[in-house]
Design a protein around this ligand. Structure first.
Ligand code: M6R
Length: 631
């Protein structure tokens, strides 16, 4: 949440900062601002998207090759010009941008006001700039920042400049991501690498408690006690094209269409046709010694990643025959959980920066669990916290609504499940006497994983037509775009897909949608069904569990009997549920635990299409931000 950019070098700072902000706009977009230092400081802030800031800046000069900029997702204080960052001290010398929340801001604010500091905004952030101002007397900027941060509690990624030291940029992190970009004679700092890609691939990820002081000749990383820290320079593998729309009207649509390639990337090098082994580097390290003895798995994640985790929990418990639970990280971390010895925690996060998931990882580490991460963003905080893990290699996901990350997460978890099924200790049978890890048809799963990208391609072609706009998804969207409510139903592996379909619709179309287990419908939500209610039923036939299809067919009957308008997601050639539905979306046959990947695609497209028809921007839904780095 919130995007931060800073630049010090020899070039004009303004276009670099604005370009960086645009690439970070998905992190927050309710207001933006910029401050540039030449001899003096010039600054401007504006409510609204970055385009509003640009308009405001159009006729103003912003000389200088040192500056900071910010795009905001409001926490304290509503979106407004005044609450936008940068925040400036009383004397107009220091400017600061911040991502995070300063928890003790009320007491600090009172103290500073008593000392004569004048506050103009309602934000928590403003205390930081006044606190730095207070400590600036007799100190240089980095010393003042250190002293101020030692008095502050909460999460921050900050970047600070001062017109009294026009050859210096100071940045610090605790809980909110910051990455330093390095080029000869030029240094950049940003909330994530997307802002840096046009300029450099050489980066340093700051850890919590670290700060960096840059001038045009170099940089120094220290802790808040000014002790020097040696950091490794890493190379980013993403390229610029990956963070551009590439001819698609929205990032979300581009990312939906990238799924065949993204899934191939997740699979690449990890499974091979005809082989019954998986290659996961995460299982090669030290953790491999511990994994055979795990006796339970706890999956932790938020939002869409939690839905992927629910699919994995079904799968892993079924295959590995140990207890597997999946919890929302945000709830888990605050309920004094008990972690038994021998627990493996698997944390799932696209961004690797979600505050609640990160908090849950820290907690399970403390409680002694072994930690694996399923993460997309290389070098992100969660990726660095865990003992090992699987990167998705899905490429950057910019659309706020998560799409390709979900299908890659389910793919990666399926591979991990195969890996675990090989190494789990089989010597301890279940109390029933059955083997703890039954033999699974390993090769069949690998072969199915390998043709999954083709099947995803087939779904995309079958349900949606970008050019003609005549596919089934367009028809449904046109007909139902004005509805106020939707219900999504699924069972077993497809219950999380009902949740995911409803989440996608809610977040970008602003239509109220409920995802429910079809089995639970009779315990309440059935009361909602009338002839106005679109009901999406995810009902592919399940050869592994035919009973589940029969049961969901009866659930569909119940909906039909009450006049609900059924949209059925079924396998090709389905006869029973299709006959009850007003609209039928067919997907190819696949293994039960991979159906969620194929079934989610039409639901992503449906949400996208309805959002566009309602005039919403699916890439920047109201009130949301891509990575939720605050609690
Ligand atoms: O980056 P993460 O996977 O940790 O993000 C978790 C959720 O914030 C995220 O999935 C969110 O629910 C998406 N907006 C859903 O589309």
């Amino acid at each position: 949440m919130c995007g931060i950019v800073g630049y010090i070098g020899t070039k004009e700072a303004k276009p670099i900062l604005l370009g960086g902000l645009k690439r970070l706009e998905y992190r927050g977009y309710d207001s933006a601002g910029i401050a540039v230092i030449d001899q003096a400081m010039s600054q401007v802030k504006s409510i609204g998207k970055i385009s509003s800031l640009e308009k405001k800046m159009a006729n103003q000069e912003f000389p200088g090759s040192l500056g900071i900029a910010h795009t905001r997702w409001a926490t304290h204080g509503q979106p407004s010009d005044i609450n936008a960052h940068p925040h400036i001290d009383c004397q107009g010398i220091i400017a600061l941008v911040h991502n995070g929340i300063i928890e003790n801001y009320q007491s600090l604010r009172q103290l500073l006001m008593q000392e004569g500091h004048e506050f103009v905004s309602e934000t928590d952030t403003e205390v930081l700039v006044h606190l730095i101002e207070k400590h600036y007397e007799g100190n240089n900027l980095e010393q003042a920042v250190q002293r101020a941060l030692l008095q502050s509690q909460g999460a921050y990624g900050i970047v600070v400049v001062s017109s009294s030291e026009p050859n210096k940029l100071v940045a610090a992190r605790n809980g909110s991501p910051l990455v330093l970009g390095i080029k000869k004679g030029e240094y950049f700092v940003a909330s994530d690498v997307a802002a840096l890609l046009p300029y450099t691939r050489q980066v340093i990820y700051l850890n919590d408690g670290e700060m960096v002081t840059m001038d045009r000749d170099g940089y120094k990383v220290t802790n808040l006690f000014n002790q020097k820290i040696d950091k490794e320079i890493e190379k980013i593998k993403w390229d610029l094209a990956m963070i551009e729309k590439g001819g698609f009207p929205h990032f979300m649509l581009k990312e939906i269409y990238e799924q065949p390639q993204a899934i191939s990337n997740t699979l690449s090098g990890r499974v091979k046709g005809g082989q019954n082994i998986v290659h996961l580097r995460s299982l090669d390290g030290d953790i491999i010694k511990k994994l055979p003895h795990i006796n339970s798995i706890k999956i932790l994640a938020c939002g869409t990643s939690w839905h992927a985790g629910l699919v994995a929990a079904f799968l892993m418990e079924k295959v590995l025959r140990i207890p597997v639970t999946c919890e929302q990280a945000s709830e888990f971390r605050y309920r004094s959980p008990v972690i038994q010895p021998g627990t493996l925690a698997i944390s799932i996060s696209q961004s690797g920066e979600t505050a609640d998931t990160k908090g849950a990882v820290e907690l399970v580490k403390e409680l002694g669990a072994y930690n694996l991460g399923i993460v997309n963003v290389v070098g992100s905080t969660i990726a660095r916290l865990v003992d090992g893990g699987v990167y998705l290699h899905a490429g950057p996901e910019i659309g706020v609504a998560s799409t390709k990350a979900f299908s890659c997460q389910v793919t990666a978890l399926s591979i991990l499940n195969l890996g675990l099924s090989k190494i789990l200790d089989r010597s301890q049978p279940l109390p029933s006497g059955k083997p703890r890890v039954p033999d699974i048809d390993f090769k069949k799963i690998v072969d199915e994983l390998l043709i999954l990208p083709e099947k995803v391609e087939q779904v995309l072609k079958g349900v949606y037509d970008i050019k003609s706009k005549r596919g089934i998804v367009h028809k449904i969207a046109e007909e139902l775009q004005d509805k106020n409510n939707f219900l999504y139903l699924g069972r077993g592996y497809n219950y999380p897909i009902a949740l995911e379909g409803a989440l996608k619709l809610k977040e970008i179309s602003y239509i109220h949608a409920e995802g429910y287990s079809a089995a639970e419908m009779k315990h309440g939500p059935i009361a909602l069904i009338d002839k106005e209610m679109p009901v999406v039923i995810i009902a592919p036939s399940d050869s592994e569990e035919p009973i589940s299809y029969d049961k969901i067919a009866s659930n569909a009957e119940v909906v039909r009997a009450r006049g609900g308008r059924i949209i059925a997601i079924v396998n090709e050639g389905d006869k029973i549920i299709s006959n009850m539905a007003e609209w039928v979306i067919e997907i190819p046959n696949t293994l039960a635990h991979l159906v969620p990947i194929l079934a989610t695609i039409p639901l992503q497209l449906l949400a996208y299409e309805i959002a566009v028809l309602r005039g919403n921007d699916p890439d920047m839904p109201r009130n949301l931000a891509k990575s939720v780095t605050v609690e």
